[in-house]
Design a protein around this ligand. Structure first.
Ligand code: TTP
Ligand code: CA
Length: 369
């Protein structure tokens, strides 16, 4: 019997994600250092850097560093822009991207807000020659639909795909066909091997192992002695590029749609047609995914680029389109009442708080009553 075709796995990672979203929303930031901050609120500048664009990184700004330090580094730079993290908004952007990526995959696994694995074996008949074109199509689709760049790695498994996506950034693509796996890994320092942190790296350096190639020459017994059975065997396999873990679908936790109004407005009647059509899309998707939801949210991006979210949570889950539309209308009306003067530029609708459909309608009935 013929064996199954060799697996082709893609890893997609959005470039400097939060900072790139901020650049997209505010084109005047292009060519300036952009730093996304998580303000702790203790003093004006206390907190940490979430991420920064590549211009700021080149100057020395890093994820996790104190905001005060980033400000010091960029002190001389009048263009430097610091912005508070807007997680909820990045989540809706992430949702839209994941939706695009899912369409390219036989099997799809989102692993973080800006990373996903795609098993595309069937889609390209296990043929690595087709992988470059296919991956480029994905990159271009994300760029044209969401105006964001991502980097892609392709390999015979998740381990190699993940390591490959990191090689060229931003907007990079690295394809590692099965026959090239060992030569891809060999020259890399062991610290680059997935799951090898600074401590493991130091321990390996102590036994004279600096590259992944050198690691692949160490006997498995030795690795098990030094690192325990589980991790020792992992190191043995990983240094050879062996990884059989499948790409596994994960449950989605929210469904959202966002779009730009034809013209900026504060008139709810001008906003509602678009909101209702987004509600239709969200509802259709919730039926396809067989998800009943408990929370309905609206997102408003204003002409001054501030982003606002309002959420209504029901007592019980529902799958009703009417409830999405009515809640969205209510939320927009009260939001516009409390916010002053600024017009709305983009609007979004989101449902979350899922429970899988039980097939019973009693819950929905009781929501109406
Ligand atoms: P990453 O993918 O690690 O980083 P990135 O997308 O900013 O940059 P790149 O992939 O081009 O190297 O993380 C994804 C997002 O997660 C990032 O945009 C912000 C957030 N994040 C934090 O909030 N704190 C952190 O320490 C890190 C590493 C990321
Ligand atoms: Ca990223």
């Amino acid at each position: 019997m013929e064996g199954a075709p060799k697996r082709v796995v893609l890893h997609v990672d959005i470039d400097y994600f939060y900072a790139q979203v901020e650049e997209r929303e505010n084109p005047s930031l292009k060519d300036k250092p952009v730093v996304v901050c998580v303000y702790s609120g203790r003093t004006e500048d206390s907190g940490a850097v979430s991420t920064a664009n590549y211009i700021a990184r080149k100057l020395g700004v890093k994820s996790g560093m104190p905001i005060t330090l980033a400000k010091k580094i960029l002190k001389e730079n009048k263009d430097a822009y610091f912005v508070g993290m807007r997680k909820e908004y990045y989540e809706t952007v992430s949702d839209a991207i994941m939706e695009i990526l899912r369409g390219f995959a036989d099997m799809f696994q989102q692993v973080s807000i800006d990373e996903a694995f795609l098993d595309v074996t069937q889609k390209i008949q296990g043929d690595f020659e087709k992988a470059t074109d296919y991956a480029n199509r994905i990159k271009q689709e994300v760029r044209s639909k969401e105006r964001l760049t991502c980097s892609v790695g392709v390999g015979p498994n998740k381990l190699i795909a993940k390591m490959a996506s990191d090689i060229k950034k931003p907007y990079g693509l690295t394809v590692v066909a099965p026959e090239n796996v060992q030569s891809f890994l060999n020259p890399m320092s062991v610290g680059k091997l997935f799951l090898v942190g600074p401590k493991t790296e130091e321990k390996l350096n102590e036994i004279g192992v600096k590259t992944i190639g050198e690691l692949s020459e160490v006997k498995v017994e030795r690795l098990v002695d030094d690192f325990g059975e589980r991790f020792g065997e992992y190191l043995y396999r990983a240094s050879r590029g062996i990884d059989n873990v499948p790409v596994l679908e994960k449950e989605i936790t929210q469904i959202s749609r966002i779009a730009t109004l034809k013209k900026n407005t504060r008139n709810v009647e001008e906003i509602l047609p678009l909101v209702n059509s987004l509600a239709d899309d969200v509802h259709r998707k919730s039926l396809v995914e067989r998800k009943d939801f408990k929370s309905i949210s609206i997102i408003a991006i204003m002409e001054d680029l501030s982003i606002h979210t309002r959420t209504k949570t029901l007592k019980v889950t529902t799958d009703s389109l009417e409830i999405i539309k009515n809640s969205a209308r209510e939320l927009f009306e009260s939001f516009l009442n409390e916010s002053q003067n600024v017009s709305v530029r983009r609007v979004g609708v989101k449902v979350s708080g899922f429970e899988a459909k039980t097939g019973q309608t009693s819950l929905i009935d009781s929501a109406k009553g």
